[in-house]
Ligand binder design. Sequence first.
Ligand code: FAD
Ligand code: HEC
Ligand code: HEC
Length: 586
Amino acid sequence: MKSRSNWLLIAAAAVVIAHPTAQAQAPLDAEAIVVGAGLSGLAAAVEMGRAGVNVRIVDMNSVMGGHAVMAGGFAIADSPLQARLGYEDSPEKAYRDWMEWTEDGNAEWTRFYAENSREHIWDWLGDMNVEFIRIAGGWENSVPRFHHTFRGAVDVVRALYREALSLPSVSFDWNENVESLVVDGDRVAGVATRNTRTGEESTLRGRYVVLATGGFAGNIERVLANWRTDLPRPDRLLLGASPLAQGSGLDLATGAGASLKWMNRHYIYTNGIVDPRDPAQTLAITGGNGNSLWVNQQGLRFTNEDGRDKEILADLMVQNPTSYWSIFDEKSRDRFAMRGREWIKNRVDGHTVLDNPDAVVKANSLDAIAAETGLPAGPLKASVARFNELVASGRDTDFNRFASADNAPPTIDTPPYYAIEYFPMPRKSMGGVAVDLETRALDASGEPVPGLYAVGELTGSVGINGTHGMDGMFLGPALVTGRVAGQSISRLHAANNETLPLKAQTVEEPMPDPATWRADLDANALRALVDLDREGYWHFQISHELVLERSYECTMCHSARVPFAAIDNREHKLAQVNVCGNCHGR
Ligand SMILES: Cc1cc2nc3c(=O)[nH]c(=O)nc-3n(C[C@H](O)[C@H](O)[C@H](O)COP(=O)(O)OP(=O)(O)OC[C@H]3O[C@@H](n4cnc5c(N)ncnc54)[C@H](O)[C@@H]3O)c2cc1C
Ligand code: HEC
Ligand code: HEC
């Protein structure tokens, strides 16, 4: 990519307005530019690449996949696996369930999704050898619909990425942060990027730009600035999404005239524990114990611990402060389990958290628990006694958690006791760039911004979740909207039926001679590299910290095909993607 300053960019845009025809002849870097190589961007690129559209995917990260590498499953209605397992489903049933749960979900997209998820997700991925093997249920679904592959969504992005690498008209640029969109007159005509490693600034021109930059749940300030009007603000939110999920695409889109919608809808989880390993004490890890009793900071029970997540959130937001303690005893110790993404850095076993005094208060009496947590002893002991009384009676007349002895949890009476403090945390964004049913970005008057598309979590998953998030309704819509954008652009490409003046493709680096890869690097050399304070090496650093901590052999992942270097060639990238599963996925 050629370097060009922003100043020149603005000048170029001005020239365009004066001489539109001259600009139309200028060679483009690609027909379509996709910003973001997460699930939605990859789906768009595969769709377009197969239709012969020339595509450049630009990502600020050094690796593909986005959030999906940490994520679980997809919502699919009426799948062959459901039929095999005896779950009777239909698009109509799914539509009704989802609209009922979300209350204010986007009806048009919900209908489209209910009617097409099977073809768009199950069939399409099946053709790429992605296999869904199990389905989970959830509050919003009258039949189970939450479909999982073996390792989780990392399986899906790896399959899409392999497919994209096999398409000659699709190419990737890594470590390129898109800082603004190029606008010619009223039309979006490209992106201005800054390389996160070299600082080099470039411009890529294309006929269509697809923004696939993900949500903003990793940006606590932005979430709080757009807080729900129907619930009090929390005192403290932990970070429950990737630090990469800043919502930069929102600014790119509005900068080019697009409007935003539903910005105060967020999927807030209530099971965040402060990561004891995070010096800043802002990162959440997640885990829980199905046998526990929850009390607010006054020591009082405040919700049905087994209730629906949207109601737990509403119950928690009216507490002061908005955090709570989960209390259980030695009998229930084994019910505690960790789940969720950050656990990748830790042991899978929940007990390393239970035995970590920085994460959990453990003591031989409830008085000692009170003393260490700061909870008032009287109310805490009364809440536990009341809970035990309800368990013994077989009916939770206070919060309706159980209605028979069979469903009741065990009593809490066997020391040592455990107490874990929980905070709310934003996980997923349910608002963002306004789009139509073709994923064209819309301006404030509802007209498409020419040349601009937005997909995935950046659109708030097209409002399908309404105010109350659903399982699998982020990955699913990311894939579906990515495909819809890709199909829409592919149709225009076919209708235009012209040869675009495209710049020559950059020649890719050749494979190194297998005998000469830098096999001399060892753990000491790696330590030095990881410790360098370098922008653009976030994933290299965070992943190789783990390599060092776990004393992995380099050859577990590296070889002549995956050398110790930033690699930028199809064969290398194909080989490199085989090693992701050593850390991501179960
Ligand atoms: C821990 C966790 C678990 C989850 N589990 C589930 C689940 O089980 N089911 C479900 O449906 N959903 C789940 N989700 C949500 C789901 O993973 C995401 O909504 C989905 O993957 C979003 O895909 P996307 O393509 O829209 O964006 P992302 O995956 O966020 O990808 C965006 C990409 O754009 C790049 N980018 C961003 N800004 C720029 C820029 N300015 N310039 C260049 N590149 C940029 C990023 O580097 C990234 O690669 C989970 C989320 C988390 C955090
Ligand atoms: C479990 C898999 C795994 C192991 C083990 C591993 N690596 Fe890597 N390595 C990767 C992946 C994946 C990348 C690409 C990371 C990225 O770009 O973010 C990579 C990239 C690199 C890079 C290139 C960084 C850059 O972009 O400039 C170097 C250097 C490197 N590894 C050195 C080592 C050394 C030395 C060891 C052994 C001490 C090692 N790695 C062990 C998976 C691994
Ligand atoms: C040695 C372990 C290791 C390997 C191998 C590895 N990663 Fe990672 N990766 C991590 C860790 C650790 C994180 C940070 C997770 C966190 O937020 O704590 C991470 C984060 C990511 C993220 C950001 C996720 C998000 O939510 O924003 C992406 C994308 C990613 N990895 C992709 C890959 C890909 C693609 C590969 C294979 C080419 C790969 N990783 C290989 C350890 C690894």
